[in-house]
Design a protein around this ligand. Sequence first.
Ligand SMILES: Cc1cc2nc3c(=O)[nH]c(=O)nc-3n(C[C@H](O)[C@H](O)[C@H](O)COP(=O)(O)O)c2cc1C
Length: 182
Amino acid sequence: MRIVAFAASTSSRSINKQLIRYASLLLAGGLIGDDVTVEVLDIGDYEMPIYSIDRQDADGIPESAHRFHGRIAEADALIISFAEHNGYYTAAYKNLYDWASRIDRKVYQEKPIVMLATSPGGRGAAGVLERAMEAAERQGADVRAGLSVPDFNDNFDVDEGRLVNDDIDRAFRQALSTLARN
Ligand SMILES: Cc1cc2nc3c(=O)[nH]c(=O)nc-3n(C[C@H](O)[C@H](O)[C@H](O)COP(=O)(O)O)c2cc1C
């Protein structure tokens, strides 16, 4: 089983990237079986101009959008951790998503997905997670679980690279385990 995982953030010190790294360690460690590989993408590797129909008409769809679409196509399942900017996706992810949706409206290509989100605040980016999950069906996502991690700095040990709140850690492992189902 090939899982593609990424944070919807371009920050080099992204807390969502840290959550994704922890998820990938758990899965590589056999959480849902031995035959699992996790490939962690950095959406900063898929940078492109701000979407506009005029740009698309003039220059077509950027090669980066095709590459991103191809990585999803190759995956058996996805894990996405959403950073929240003013209640929504980061501009970088929205832009990537918009371009990719010009290749295939159902960007997530019917893949099983676990959707995560975290922020330093008490709501744990629950707003963007709710919006992503609400839109998911129209976007071709088979959402298996969604989990927001509040108060990231209290609940995650950055040096150890793991969740240190037992209840949240249990819910996190449970959410990832839903990818084991067909
Ligand atoms: C422009 C901007 C808007 C933000 N808006 C929100 C918000 O609406 N809700 C929230 O919980 N945090 C918000 N934050 C704080 C982010 O949650 C915080 O920067 C977090 O580290 C982003 O995730 P990342 O580190 O994975 O990029 C905002 C940060 C920025 C820079």
